[in-house]
Design a protein around this ligand. Structure first.
Ligand code: NAP
Length: 284
């Protein structure tokens, strides 16, 4: 089985970004800049924001962190977003989720100018992706696509199953696979006979967040597994299918798979960095 090594590919992508940012610097040009907004003091959210800042700076890009108190009002948050929308030195804006309950998440996310939408999840960007003419792509689905392409996994004419239909992962991934000419079946919590459906697929993408959602024998021999989920079991991080326990069986059965950890996870952050540079290019 071929390991779809997201950690390695993410590193390569980051090196390419670093080289491009260095060229901009040497040419005396403005550098790409990401604005991160965190409301409240959730430790997990703070560590995600810090990790994004660290990545941005490590690649030579600029990062501006806005850490706002839990009681921040909708109005003052919108004011900050409008200011960043207008700021010509800011290329990407990312509002860390979840927001405190008193804030209207949809309204806040939609207030970000779609041309500065670092996550690629703004309705306008999802709509443009649907038309096949994207401005910017959502990070995790684009990371999956990069992995499949880099490892030359054929999509054209293949049967693909995507388990999960969230706007963050499942729905955009299914669209991208279809645009690469796979025949896509999208499954969710109401799907009957999940195992039967997956057994027929050449490519299975799982993004449900349910450990042991499928057993290795629910996948066709020679299939490709992209396990997006980040669950925990007694050994630590695991996917919906991939775990320390199932890895040796998958190794014998599949043509290729993303490990968990080290598969899709590192690609998501690399794609965020890629998006900041991409927004900068559009902006220039
Ligand atoms: P989500 O919003 O909770 O969506 C989960 C999806 O899975 C829903 O569409 C749900 O169906 C479906 N589902 C749940 N249980 C199912 C079952 N038993 N059978 C079939 N489908 C089922 O989660 P998400 O944000 O998309 O994230 C999914 C997973 O990916 C999580 O583990 C998350 O941590 C992980 N993730 C990883 C990365 C990464 O970089 N690796 C990035 C984002 C997310 P319904 O629509 O019917 O409810």
């Amino acid at each position: 089985m071929q390991l779809l090594d997201g950690k390695k590919l993410a590193q390569e992508i980051k090196q390419e970004i670093t080289a491009e940012v260095l060229r901009l610097q040497q040419d005396g040009l403005r550098l790409p800049k990401l604005a991160l907004i965190l409301v409240g003091d959730r430790p997990d959210s703070l560590s995600y924001v810090n990790s994004k800042e660290k990545n941005c700076l490590a690649l030579g890009m600029l990062c501006e962190k806005h850490l706002l108190p839990q009681e921040t009002t909708q109005e003052s948050l919108l004011q900050l977003i409008h200011h960043l929308n207008e700021d010509s030195a800011t290329d990407g804006i990312l509002v860390q989720l979840p927001l405190p309950e008193h804030l209207d998440t949809d309204c806040i996310l939609e207030a970000v100018d779609y041309r500065k939408d670092a996550d690629g999840l703004h309705h306008v960007n999802l709509g443009m992706m649907l038309t096949g003419n994207p401005y910017i792509l959502p990070c995790t689905p684009n990371g999956i696509l990069h992995l499949l392409k880099r490892y030359q996994i054929p999509m054209d004419g293949r049967q693909a199953v995507v388990v999960g239909r969230s706007m963050l992962v499942g729905a955009p991934t299914a669209i991208l696979l279809q645009q690469h000419h796979a025949t896509v079946t999208q499954c969710h919590s109401h799907t009957r006979n999940l195992s039967e459906i997956c057994q027929k697929a050449d490519i299975v993408v799982t993004a449900a967040g349910v450990p042991q959602l499928l057993r290795p024998e629910d996948l066709k021999e020679g299939a490709v597994l992209v396990d997006v989920a980040m669950n925990h079991d007694e050994h630590g991080l695991c996917g919906d299918v991939y775990s320390q326990t199932t890895a040796p069986i998958l190794e014998q059965r599949l043509a290729a798979a993303t490990p968990v950890p080290g598969g899709v996870g590192p690609m998501t952050i690399a794609m965020l960095m890629y998006n900041v540079l991409e927004l900068y290019r559009h902006h220039q």
